[in-house]
Design a protein around this ligand. Structure first.
Ligand SMILES: [Fe+2]
Length: 369
């Protein structure tokens, strides 16, 4: 079967925030990311500043409004800090855009090019859930630090003392929260528009009603480089964590970004030491003989995982280690996941119960359960 929508991978996760200068500092010090590019009033960008940060192939673009009255300023006023764009690198922007529009996607920007002394970039954008977009980027003829309009910038702080000076190697997956009853519509959207297919892992009614009050399905491109799980709230006795998100974000949007790391133990040690808050997993999770039997031998002693509250899951392909931060802004909306994969292509389904119980404890503390 021919791929109707070939992709090279994630290009960038673009955030709109209330104070980009401080957010860029947080992701530099706490997440160990490296500033590589910048634009702002000094470089001719009158209305907005943007800091481009990288760790491995993971690229964050942190945007802030310099003045009121712009679309970016309105977005931040309405949603507070959040993700506005999950940009995807594609080999052919024209073809990708035509395919998307032909399959019913809403176009936001028709294909156009930007040029500077580093070459030429092709861009276009289509809408997805809420106010989120997918910019489509072809940078194969470009060797500048990010995009035309940006200038090269030095790291804000020295690299953290971890292997290669980088904590993360890539964006692993990006999760969206949508309204009750809309998950299947968006799964269908990605199937039709981008030719993405369902990955096996999903949470149906059984788990939904018992623990988490959410339903989840995962779509991915044929090469599994771009993976988008989608959640919707499910009806249950307690208020769904997805409902809390939708209420405080003011609609559908990106719930969490999972970052792939090749050393989650060191990553957690570094991040915790500089103040990143992670969800707590109770001792009972690690002391459960069933867990120990199920996960078998993993690369670190379980005591080391327990000390850091790192979760483990295993499936037929291998295992993964993962941990989740608390929300990283004032509103209980966007958070991050760190994931270290050893063969497993899953998302930690075996940990959903422990994870959701931890989230519910936090929701309860906020008075939102
Ligand atoms: Fe995840």
């Amino acid at each position: 079967m021919t791929d109707v929508f070939p992709v090279n991978g994630m290009d960038a996760v673009v955030f709109a925030v209330g104070n980009a200068k401080q957010a860029a500092h947080y992701y530099s010090t706490a997440f160990g990311m490296r500033r590589v590019a910048y634009k702002g009033p000094e470089t001719g960008s009158r209305d907005e500043v943007a800091y481009v940060l990288e760790s491995g192939s993971a690229r964050f673009v942190i945007k802030g409004a310099v003045r009121a009255g712009t679309d970016l300023a309105r977005h931040v006023a309405e949603h507070s800090d959040g993700v506005i764009d999950l940009a995807i690198e594609v080999p052919d922007v024209e073809a990708a855009y035509r395919q998307a529009i032909g399959a019913g996607a809403r176009g936001l920007e028709e294909p156009y090019s930007l040029e500077d002394e580093h070459g030429k970039v092709m861009l276009a954008a289509v809408a997805t859930y809420g106010e989120t977009r997918h910019t489509l980027v072809d940078r194969s003829n470009y060797n500048g630090p990010y995009l035309p309009g940006y200038v090269k910038a030095d790291p804000i702080v020295p690299a953290p003392e971890v292997r290669n000076g980088r904590i993360f190697q890539a964006v692993d997956h990006c999760v969206g929260n949508v309204e009750l009853g809309k998950m299947d519509e968006w799964v269908e959207f990605y199937r039709r528009v981008m030719g993405f297919t369902n990955m096996a892992e999903f949470i149906g009614d059984d788990i939904a009603t018992e623990y988490s009050a959410l339903m989840s399905k995962v779509v991915a491109d044929g090469t599994r480089k771009v993976k988008f799980p989608l959640n919707e709230p499910a009806v249950s006795k307690k208020k769904s964590q997805i409902d809390e998100y939708l209420e405080f974000y003011g609609g559908p949007g990106v719930q969490h970004i999972a970052l792939a790391t090749n050393d989650i133990l060191t990553a957690v040690d570094h991040m915790r030491a500089v103040g990143v808050e992670f969800l707590a997993t109770p001792d009972s999770y690690y002391d459960d003989p069933e867990l120990r039997a199920r996960i078998g031998k993993v690369r670190a002693p379980i005591e080391e995982l327990k000390k850091r509250r790192i979760l483990v899951d295993r499936d037929e392909d291998g295992y993964l280690l993962q941990i989740f931060t608390k929300p990283v802004q004032d509103r209980p909306t966007v958070f991050f996941e760190l994931i270290e994969r050893h063969g497993s292509l899953g998302f930690g389904k075996g940990n959903f119960k422990a994870l959701f119980e931890a989230i519910e404890r936090e929701q309860d503390l906020r008075g939102n359960l």
